[in-house]
Design a protein around this ligand. Structure first.
Ligand code: KG4
Ligand code: ZN
Length: 355
């Protein structure tokens, strides 16, 4: 492996979390500071792009400053800059990209734009001051990236070699949780609230569809689940809803978990793998984690679920991916811009192209 370039400072601002991290020359995260915007968006029932960009603009440089202080480093000591440049909300990405480019230009240091999904994929490999000794997870592994924006099943062969086996055809898993949360009166974002409420409910109290569970592909679909919930809840009184809230949440959640884990298990078998990863905000789900652990135990597989701060959107994962790319000599120029494209052909390949 190439000697690592470091320390590298990374910025993540693809959606509604502003995050800055620094990774040292040994590949250990030495600071991570994030500002979550949930409270700013909650009154609107979803992420408002203009509000997100404005918050990033206000917070990004103060966070750079705090990240440097926590790492006990000066800006002059940073050897490279990494930034999420795709995919995401364009206005949000722009704030991080322009900030990172300006820092790199002013400090005369190299710059790399990182794909956000690559960040999620390498999250289980992050080492920090607490985990650097006990770390024993490595490639190849199967990774299920599940968040408000993604439901992707990837084979990670090695750093930079990702094969996409399946993705959602409509809503992302987190989006389904969020829409359902709103329907049952738990507000936005709904994932954590549904998870918490589900703990007091019966998983088979209501029947929800498990779309595409037996489909030969590894693709997912969650829009039917949302429509089924809408039909079930139509015309119900507030009292009924309250009385059945826990059962509704538990049953809905179980449908998502069943589909995710059924596909994951089959993909593990077909690919003959022994290591699997859950990452992205939805991997915080307690039922999913518990059932994935049971599955791993039963099949004698290694399961890695990154710590929550590395599962949800964060700059540490961008710092790691960016450092590895910079260390290979990869560079972006000052005309780097944000891009909406998620899966580009340079280092992500689709399974279909392989057959
Ligand atoms: O990775 P993330 O922070 O941001 C995106 O890239 O979207 O993921 C946020 C998503 C939201 O949809 C949220 O509702 C969901 O993750 N989420 C959960 C839980 N915690 C967060 N979904 C289910 N159960 C949870 N405990
Ligand atoms: Zn994400």
């Amino acid at each position: 492996m190439n000697p690592r370039l470091g320390p590298v400072l990374a910025i993540e601002s693809s959606c509604d979390d502003t995050s800055v991290a620094i990774i040292d020359k040994e590949g250990v995260i030495c600071s991570l500071v994030s500002a979550n915007q949930d409270l700013k968006h909650a009154p609107f029932g979803g992420v408002v792009p203009e509000v997100a960009s404005r918050q990033h603009t206000e917070w990004v440089l103060p966070l750079v400053q705090v990240a440097l202080e926590r790492a006990a480093l000066k800006l002059e000591e940073i050897e490279g800059y990494a930034v999420t440049s795709r995919p995401g909300l364009l206005g949000s990405l722009m704030v991080g990209v322009v900030t990172a480019k300006t820092l790199a230009l002013a400090m005369k240091k190299p710059l790399i734009g990182v794909n956000h999904i690559e960040g999620h994929l390498v999250a289980p490999l992050i080492r920090d001051r607490e985990t650097s000794d006990s770390h024993n997870f490595d490639c190849p592994y199967l990774a299920l990236v599940i968040s408000g924006g993604h439901t992707h099943l990837f084979l990670v062969e090695s750093f930079g070699k990702y094969i996409l086996f399946g993705e959602t055809l409509d809503d992302a898993a987190g989006e389904a949780f969020d829409k359902f949360g709103k329907l049952v009166g738990l507000g936005f974002p709904g994932g954590v609230a549904v998870d918490r409420m589900a703990q007091g409910g019966q998983v088979n109290a209501f029947e929800f569809p498990r779309s595409m569970i037996h489909d030969a592909s590894f693709d997912f679909s969650f829009s039917g689940l949302k429509s089924a919930a809408q039909r079930l809840l139509e015309g119900r009184s507030a009292e009924w809803l309250k009385e059945h809230q826990a059962d509704l949440c538990a049953s809905f959640q179980e449908a998502i978990v069943d589909v995710l884990l059924t596909k994951l298990e089959r993909a593990m078998d077909e690919l003959g793998l022994k290591r699997m990863v859950l990452t992205g905000g939805v991997s915080a789900n307690s039922r999913l984690r518990a059932r994935a652990e049971q599955l791993a135990k039963k099949r004698n597989w290694q399961l890695a679920v990154p710590a929550l701060k590395y599962c949800t959107d964060n700059a540490a994962m961008i710092a790691l991916a960016g450092q590895l790319r910079l260390s290979r000599g990869e560079r972006d120029k000052m005309d780097l811009g944000p891009a909406a494209a998620a899966i580009e052909s340079d280092y992500f390949r689709r399974n279909r192209e392989q057959i």
